[in-house]
Design a protein around this ligand. Sequence first.
Ligand SMILES: Cc1ncc(COP(=O)(O)O)c(C=O)c1O
Length: 413
Amino acid sequence: MPDDQAPRSPLQAPAALSPAAHAFTTRLSHAGRAGTRIRGFVNPPLLRGSTMLYPNCGERQAASATRLDQALNYGTMGNPTHHALEDVVAEIEGGTRCQIVSTGLAAVTTPLLAFLKAGDHCLVPDSVYGPTRTFCDGMLVRMGIETTYYRADIDAAGIAALIRPNTTVLYTESPGSHTFEVQDIPALAQAAHARGVKVLMDNTWGIHFFQPFQHGVDVSIQALTKYVGGHSDMLLGSVTTASDEDWECVRTAALVLGQYASPDDCWLALRGARTLGLRLQHQMQSGITVAKWLAGRPEVAQVLHPALPGAPGHELWKRDFTGACSLFGVVFQSEFSTAAACAMIDSLELFGIGASWGGFESLVLPTTGLVVRTAGAWAFDGPVARFHIGLEDTSDLIADLDRGLAVLRAHPG
Ligand SMILES: Cc1ncc(COP(=O)(O)O)c(C=O)c1O
């Protein structure tokens, strides 16, 4: 690639990196770098800025297109640091266009606001990420938009029966937050499209292992905060589309909402993305190793990890996913109290107690009582916790968990 070549317009889709010819890790090394080389440096520049200056009024007017999604004349509209990351994320998910927003939650709310209007109806899985539910039950209700929650294991006929004349969005998240139900996305998408309903998906768990646009999704949401960032040191979200039309709709919503992401965070995400393929492979294997070990323990009733044979959703996962991230749930036997599970969690040395996931470090979060389900009953008798496996050695993690299970057994009640 020659130095200082003219950057492509960020308002046009990037040239495809011939996905058939290159493996994922190769594409991660090269995506987002075309036309960004400045004085020979490998990486796109980290540009910060609000005001953009023009040599004369004519050039300023030319940059101010009448259509908002086409304008590129102020910092909020993004700069080459944002656009490089947008190209990388589109590459990860197999989409064509991407819009970076401030957080993963903003990546949920921005397309919902883009595709819904007063009087519309939206379908959302019962297993959805909690703050998405809060947004639907609060902000969307105030805007006159109704949400129906459906069971994550619903089939095409079931979803078709829930679609009303005013249903405009089928929202999906697979696997579901905390309980890891895998949805039959192709079947649900087909039923939705037959009635002209847009399909949105929170694909943060699947990242690259689920290619949303090959399975009928129109708009894919990622919390880049998780594995793409990979270091628990930034927050970002992305909304990726297959069609220009959907991208224009999402970008217009992002701009009118004043959605903006710090270029410093975008630069960290770009840096994280270069090693994403290796981290994902490693963390997938570690996650499966630890999950299998837990599944074999008498204190554990069930491990909610779609990649484990026999686990809920395993058959759909095997059909539609090419891998798994390292986030899963554990249901302890019902003889143990929530207090006992918390004592076990408190005793762990290598697992931080906290929200989020996708970083280099292992985490655990007790989830009993934290999770709302309204389309069906909470199906677990024993206490439940969510584990994220980081880059530590699995033998150390397992030894820590072994000591923790002794604390669980010894707890008085
Ligand atoms: C499935 C899912 N989607 C979206 C988000 C929101 O991401 P962020 O923390 O960047 O707002 C999270 C955060 O935990 C999540 O788990």
